[in-house]
Design a protein around this ligand. Structure first.
Ligand SMILES: C[S@@+](CC[C@H](N)C(=O)[O-])C[C@H]1O[C@@H](n2cnc3c(N)ncnc32)[C@H](O)[C@@H]1O
Length: 229
């Protein structure tokens, strides 16, 4: 499928950013965070953000503005709690004030229009007056089963003034839950690991994305990146 090398080497992060994170989670989250930061986009929409392991690294380790969306309120609360602890520690070490660069929205990703209003308001906070369009990277780490296809549909259908969803990065998981393939090219193919990754890439192309690329993340996880034309 693609060359694999377990334990992709990435520069180390401060210990507090991965505090309490199970080792397997750290192994995929840290390289995924580096990949996200490499886009050079300051706003990140983290879909299905869970306990916010990725978000806390992006916000506190890379200084990005992160809006987390998840339908599980308890997981969002946990994200904010850890983010605040990290912020307090950074404030006591640097004498800088907390930056408020992580926001959570309790919503189902299907309620896209609803939460995008809130996300857009958050991204717009403290931006330069007259800045017309904000670039946003949409990411989803360990998106379960066919959630990856739903996210692709939602992003490709989004045409919101003032926001440009320019980068797209996902790492699918629980692929055994996928029962059918979506792209015209692979619809009739067998639903197996190799075909699922090919299908996701082809589906992205059909939905108008460009520069689609599959890469290896770690411990058996792959990421797929794309740009929105
Ligand atoms: C496997 S977890 C991954 C969490 C996180 N991205 C991470 O890597 O730690 C999937 C997350 O997606 C959320 N989720 C699943 N379906 C969703 C939906 N339709 N709308 C919003 N969140 C959803 C779940 O609540 C869960 O937190």
């Amino acid at each position: 499928m693609c060359d694999r090398q377990d334990f992709v080497a990435v520069p180390p992060l401060s210990g507090s950013l991965t505090l309490g994170m199970p080792p397997a989670k750290t192994a995929v989250t840290v390289p995924f965070a580096h990949k996200t930061a490499s886009f050079g986009v300051s706003n990140v929409l983290d879909l299905g953000s869970g306990k916010g392991y990725l978000a806390r690294i992006l916000a506190n380790g890379f200084g990005l503005k992160v809006c987390c969306v998840d339908h599980n309120r308890d997981r969002l609360k946990s994200s904010l709690r850890v983010h605040k602890l990290i912020q307090q520690e950074q404030v006591s070490q640097t004498s800088l004030g907390p930056s408020g660069n992580l926001h959570t929205v309790a919503a189902s990703i299907e309620n896209w229009e609803e939460f995008m209003d809130e996300a857009a308001r958050f991204f717009r906070l403290n931006t330069r007056l007259g800045e017309k369009e904000l670039d946003v990277a949409v990411v989803g780490l360990q998106l379960c089963g066919d959630m990856v296809y739903r996210v692709i549909d939602l992003v490709s259908d989004c045409n919101r003034p003032g926001i440009r969803l320019c980068e797209f990065l996902v790492a699918p998981c629980c692929l055994h839950k996928i029962v059918s393939l979506r792209s015209k090219a692979h619809q009739a193919s067998e639903v197996c690991l190799e075909n699922i990754y090919k299908d996701i890439q082809e589906y992205l192309v059909e939905r108008g994305f460009g520069d689609v690329h599959l890469g290896y993340l770690n411990i058996g996880y792959y990421y797929i990146e794309a740009t929105r034309k």
